[in-house]
Design a protein around this ligand. Structure first.
Ligand code: C2E
Ligand code: CA
Ligand code: CA
Ligand code: CA
Length: 284
């Protein structure tokens, strides 16, 4: 038993060393990626679920970062955001995404006028919010790009915002700039419906793990319904994330979710493809 344990320990240590080495690789490559502009942003449409049954395709988009790696192809954020946070690179990554998103948003306004998306949502990480002076950076990017603050939505995860007073202070400072705030992945973290009123957020995004079972599980449907009701009573909007089917869309619409997002409407799109998508869904 002792020998087997020793072997297991060795396997474990080797795995740890490999992980650490791989992490160091990613870190070095990510520094280069920022310098060489290998990062880019795709946009997933967020649609309005109107009470008359129609769908508002111009409600907004969410910016999602990607990495065009020279040999590994397109790397998704789950494979580098955490590393970026841990090695102090989330600042440059996050600033890039924010500025790119504001510039693209302004470009759509210039090209499409009233047919352009009315909101762009950008994800934030805890490390960004913790950086002293970061609110000033947001202000500077808004000024430099001409982005109207009320049409920018910054998204923070529920677990991040829940019990951290510094973070809450930072959120109030961002609100004072006039930007919108959303609580992301709602239902997966530690906070609950009863603490929702503590956060200065405009929008609650109901996590995909609830939405994906909205049409098959009564339990999940009831939780969505309760979330929408509490959010509404606090003057907040709700977005259902990860809608993949017509029947999921029908359920969240029937629960009075204000907006929906998911592969059922569109995958995340490059800016050109987004313009095509908007044109193909324009009201006649
Ligand atoms: P998120 O903010 O919850 O974003 C939604 C994720 O769900 C995106 O994955 C999106 O592509 C995916 N998704 C959307 N609709 C569907 C659907 O119908 N089905 C399924 N299965 N998935 C769907 P993505 O782009 O891989 O991003 C993953 C996470 O990485 C994001 O989750 C967000 O937390 C983080 N992230 C993405 N971009 C950024 C960024 O610029 N900065 C920071 N800090 N985090 C980012
Ligand atoms: Ca998000
Ligand atoms: Ca989310
Ligand atoms: Ca998520």
């Amino acid at each position: 038993a002792k020998r087997a344990g020793g072997a297991r320990h060795l396997v474990f240590e080797t795995a740890m060393r490999e992980r650490a080495a791989r992490r160091a690789d990613i870190e070095a490559e990510l520094r280069l990626a920022i310098e060489q502009e290998q990062l880019f942003v795709v946009y997933q449409p967020v649609v309005g679920l109107l009470s008359d049954g129609r769908t508002d395709h111009g409600a907004g988009v969410e910016a999602l970062v990607r990495w065009r790696h020279p040999t590994r192809g397109i790397v998704p954020p789950v494979d580098f955001i955490t590393v970026a946070e841990e090695c102090g690179l989330i600042g440059p990554v996050g600033d890039f995404v924010l500025e790119r998103s504001c510039r693209d948003f302004m470009d759509w306004q210039a090209r499409l006028g009233p047919a352009a998306p009315r909101l762009v949502a950008v994800n934030l990480s805890r490390a960004q919010l913790g950086q002293p002076g970061w609110v000033d950076t947001v202000h500077a990017i808004l000024c430099a790009t001409g982005m109207p603050p009320g049409q920018l939505q910054l998204e923070v995860t529920e677990s991040l915002a829940a019990q951290d007073l510094d973070i809450q202070q930072r959120l109030h400072e961002l609100k004072a700039l006039g930007v919108k705030l959303a609580l992301d992945d709602f239902g997966t973290g530690y906070s609950s419906l009863s603490s929702l009123h503590l956060l200065p957020v405009d929008t609650v995004k109901i996590d995909r793990s609830f939405v994906s079972q909205a049409d098959t599980s009564n339990h999940h449907r009831v939780l969505i319904e309760a979330t929408v009701k509490v959010a509404q009573s606090l003057g907040m909007l709700t977005v259902a994330e990860g809608i993949e089917t017509q029947s999921q869309a029908d359920v969240v619409r029937a629960q009075f979710c204000a907006k929906g997002q998911g592969y059922f409407y569109s995958r995340p799109l490059a800016p050109d493809a987004l313009l095509d998508w908007l044109a193909s869904h324009a009201a006649p």
